[in-house]
Design a protein around this ligand. Structure first.
Ligand code: ADP
Ligand code: ASP
Ligand code: MG
Length: 403
């Protein structure tokens, strides 16, 4: 008998009707002689509502209590799914992560799963039961509730596949799989049949919300095949697998974008060794992640302008840290939070020269100005004005024949 992990995201669990529909999908697997473990996220919108409530109480809501609060949505959806499965005549039971337990580290709101006790669940499955386990959350050794970061029930699904040694892991969502770009913002987006872990990792780290990056990293390290498909259609989805299994390789596989970037430029910084380190040290010490960086040197080589990007929510704190920093001298600071990072991703670019030129040329043809650039072996990211996102994605989609 095969053991399958079925993960349902919030978009699949929006209301009672959808939950009943999901329970029929689960029943179908069970009737086809699979052993099934279900993992569920909170009903759509629920986690956002809970976060909003914490903000109404305090801007600095205690992190450990924040996790107790925002993890509660998953308990509701799991009991509803287990209830719907019972209604269909199946032996189902919900498990909250501490009941297994699913052990995590102590990094509240961005913790990672360290181990899962499989004993109780295995014996329940053996007796023909269907366990429904809360995604997104865990518990520390000191018995504190933790959460895995937004979109974290994907990571729960992969961790369950790993610790239960499952034969298959299916991620059910509201789109038919992984697309060349977000199908909800570009009608020409095309479904990808198979994508490599590396490409998926880049695409999700660069903004494709459909899979959480940590989950892909974990799947890649443990060789866990993932199938992403729609709860609302019978069409086959996307396989996330090893690169060597992908026969048809394109130069570019997909395009991602983020809208939560902010840019800071320090104009007229004294150009001497150690200056960049002095700028970035207090940011690093305060957990502000610097993403893209560019430095321009003046003609006389004495002054430089340093531009870098950070997350929008870190902007005001970063500005305060810079202004407080007595170790650096500059003429002025410019800030901009109406920027967006657009990235093209593809393992095919390793062997194809001229991709950078094609990207820049395509953007130039639409008069889109590039502010900052960053690259890796399989991706090129550019920072542009937020107003140009749609135009940029459209022209790049066409340039790299993704439609
Ligand atoms: P779930 O509730 O199932 O976890 P999410 O909202 O987290 O669903 O992720 C699904 C959404 O991801 C889709 O509705 C889609 O708008 C978005 N998305 C962004 N980029 C992509 C992409 N390249 N392919 C598919 N979906 C994408
Ligand atoms: N409910 C959580 C969130 O909204 C986890 C998830 O959806 O995967 O982020
Ligand atoms: Mg999600």
């Amino acid at each position: 008998m095969r053991l399958v992990i079925l993960k349902f995201g919030g978009t699949s669990l929006g209301n009672s009707k959808k939950i009943k529909h999901v329970s029929k999908i689960i029943k179908n697997y069970y009737q086809k002689k699979n052993k099934v473990i279900v993992v569920a996220s909170a009903m759509s919108g629920m986690t956002n509502e809970l976060i909003k409530k914490s903000k109404e109480i305090s801007k600095n809501f205690k992190r450990s209590e924040y996790d107790v609060l925002v993890s509660s949505g998953e308990q509701i959806s799991c009991s509803l799914i287990a209830g719907a499965l019972s209604e269909l005549g199946l032996n189902a039971r919900s498990w909250i992560s501490w009941q297994l337990p699913i052990l995590t580290d102590e990094n509240f709101s961005s913790s990672q799963i360290q181990s899962i006790n499989t004993k109780e669940i295995f014996s329940f499955i053996k007796k023909g039961g269907i366990p429904v386990i809360t995604g997104f959350q865990g518990i520390t050794r000191k018995k504190r509730i933790t959460t895995l970061g937004r979109g974290g029930s994907d990571a729960s699904a992969i961790a369950l596949a790993k610790f239960f040694n499952a034969d298959s892991c299916v991620i059910y969502t509201d789109v038919e799989g992984i697309y060349t770009t977000d199908p909800n913002s570009n009608v020409k987006a095309k479904k990808i049949d198979k994508i490599s872990y590396e490409e998926m990792l880049e695409m999700s780290s660069l903004g494709a919300k459909v899979m959480q990056p940590i989950s892909i990293q974990d799947a890649m390290l443990n060789d866990i095949r993932i199938n992403v498909k729609s709860t609302f259609s019978k069409k086959s989805g996307t396989e996330i697998a090893n690169e060597n299994e992908i026969v048809k390789k394109k130069v570019i596989t997909g395009i991602s974008y983020t809208k939560n970037e902010a840019k800071i430029t320090l104009v007229g910084v004294t150009d001497k060794p150690g200056v960049a380190a002095s700028i970035f040290k207090p940011l690093a010490q305060n957990n502000i992640n610097v993403d893209m960086v560019v430095q321009n040197i003046s003609d006389d080589g004495k002054k430089t302008d340093i531009t870098f990007t950070i997350k929008k929510e870190d902007l005001s704190y970063a500005l305060r840290l810079i202004k407080r920093n007595k170790k650096i001298f500059y003429k002025k600071i410019i800030q901009d939070d109406k920027v967006s990072k657009v990235s093209i991703v593809g393992v095919g670019m390793i062997a194809a020269p001229g991709v950078t030129y094609r990207m820049f040329q395509a953007l130039a043809s639409k008069k889109i100005n590039i502010m900052v650039i960053s690259t890796s072996e399989i991706k090129i990211s550019v920072l542009i004005d937020q107003r140009n996102i749609k135009k940029a994605i459209k022209v790049l989609h066409k340039e790299f024949n993704l439609g």
